[in-house]
Ligand binder design. Structure first.
Ligand code: AMP
Length: 176
């Protein structure tokens, strides 16, 4: 992708200090989402990367991961698997606990949403401490999926979240 477009994407992320808690600088993607060409460019970043790999399904994380993951799954004609916060999924689930930059929670995935051996790309909007995505990887592996790559629009590099995902392949497009 052209570096001018990447720069526009980078600049479209708005810092909101002290949200949702004092001391957290929230990376607000809504200015990017409400700009049609920019939103499309962000999805294209994921698509370029996914087209280069052999993938069976897109797994994405509640809630902003759905915004990008569903567009990628649609374009590539792949199945979409939501990983959701505890209590949102109606059928039988696997569950994994995780720690957020600003709290603690549990993630769930339907037990039959990934078949053993399926090749999975994991998509979320942002990699911070890595707790959320590490629990997503644990869920994918519990049901026998093979993680091909974890992809993020944004990475907060100073939080070193990718270390929690090692040795998985981790890609992020906008680094702060
Ligand atoms: P973590 O588990 O710390 O890697 O947090 C990643 C998840 O929390 C992602 O789903 C993000 O949407 C959200 N998140 C964590 N920190 C931030 C932040 N500073 N700005 C925006 N979203 C965040």
């Amino acid at each position: 992708m052209a570096s001018a477009t990447l720069e526009k994407l980078h600049q479209s992320i708005r810092d909101v200090p002290d949200f949702p808690k004092p001391g957290i600088i929230f990376k607000d993607i809504t200015p990017l989402l409400c700009d049609g060409p920019l939103f499309r460019s962000a999805i294209d970043l994921f698509l370029e990367r996914c087209r280069a790999q052999e993938i069976d399904k897109v797994v994405c994380i509640d809630a902003r991961g759905f915004l990008f993951g569903s567009a990628v799954a649609y374009e590539l004609g792949l199945g979409l698997v939501p990983i959701r916060k505890r209590g949102k999924l109606p059928y039988k689930t696997e569950r994994a606990a995780y720690t957020l930059e600003y709290g603690e929670a549990e993630m769930e995935m339907h037990i039959d949403s990934v078949q053993p051996g399926e090749r999975i790309v994991l998509i979320d909007d942002l990699l911070a401490t890595g707790g959320t995505s590490a629990s997503a990887v644990a869920l994918i592996e519990k049901v026998g999926g093979v993680l091909v790559e974890a992809q993020f629009l944004i990475e907060l590099e100073f939080l070193r979240g990718r270390e929690k995902l090692e040795p998985a392949s981790v890609v992020s497009f906008l680094k702060y």
